[in-house]
Design a protein around this ligand. Structure first.
Ligand SMILES: C=C(O[C@@H]1C=C(C(=O)O)C=C[C@H]1O)C(=O)O
Length: 186
């Protein structure tokens, strides 16, 4: 699949209500959203510092399932290879501002990665960014439209830890603009 830029991506519907509307190149991103979409540090840390003591993680679903075609491609899996998935909402003052889906090949859920199954409502980022050997591939972004949740901009990246990979997709709600008045040039 030819992408219009190295930051364009197809967000394959992790849920039926997600549809990709547009590939985007970084310069095409509105300044506000570019800052969040291309954030290289922990989203958890940035949201927590935006509203101290107001950040929470709400784990919506987790378990063993199958990868989406995009997850298969990024993690080099076949459609029949099972994965551990986790879908959460990151909230500020109880308002969902990010919907995130993490996928780990079931066979890779050993060693340190086995701890992910005990995260509960603790943030994945609080674990990943505490690991000195954690590496992250470049972030890919796209527009997506989720009728039920009104999500608009999304990004995804692959983290590696001890030779094992996991993919994280994060979709941002327009409600984030209520909490971050910086960079509101558009
Ligand atoms: C990777 C991070 O972790 C965040 C928290 C997640 C979770 O708890 O499942 C998933 C993806 C991220 O939005 C981060 O904080 O940057």
């Amino acid at each position: 699949m030819k992408h219009s830029s190295d930051l364009a991506v197809i967000i394959h519907p992790a849920r039926p209500d997600w549809s990709t509307r547009l590939n985007v190149a970084p310069q095409a991103l509105p300044h506000f959203w570019r800052s969040w979409l291309l954030e290289r540090g922990s989203l958890t840390a940035r949201l927590s510092s935006l509203k101290p003591d107001c950040f929470s993680v709400d784990c919506q679903r987790e378990g063993i399932g199958y990868p989406t075609p995009t997850e298969q491609k990024e993690l080099g899996l076949s459609a029949s290879q099972r994965v551990w998935f986790r879908e959460v909402q990151l909230k500020l003052n109880g308002t969902p501002v990010v919907h995130a889906r993490t996928v780990v090949p079931a066979a890779a859920l050993t060693g340190r990665l086995a701890r992910l199954r005990q995260l509960g409502n603790r943030s994945l980022g609080s674990f990943l960014f505490s690991q000195p050997d954690m590496r992250r591939t470049f972030v890919r972004v796209s527009r997506c439209k989720a009728n039920a949740t009104g999500l608009e901009w999304a990004r995804r990246s692959v983290f590696t830890l001890g030779g094992r990979s996991l993919m994280v997709t994060e979709a941002f709600s327009p409600l984030l603009t209520r909490f971050d008045q910086t960079n509101r040039t558009n």
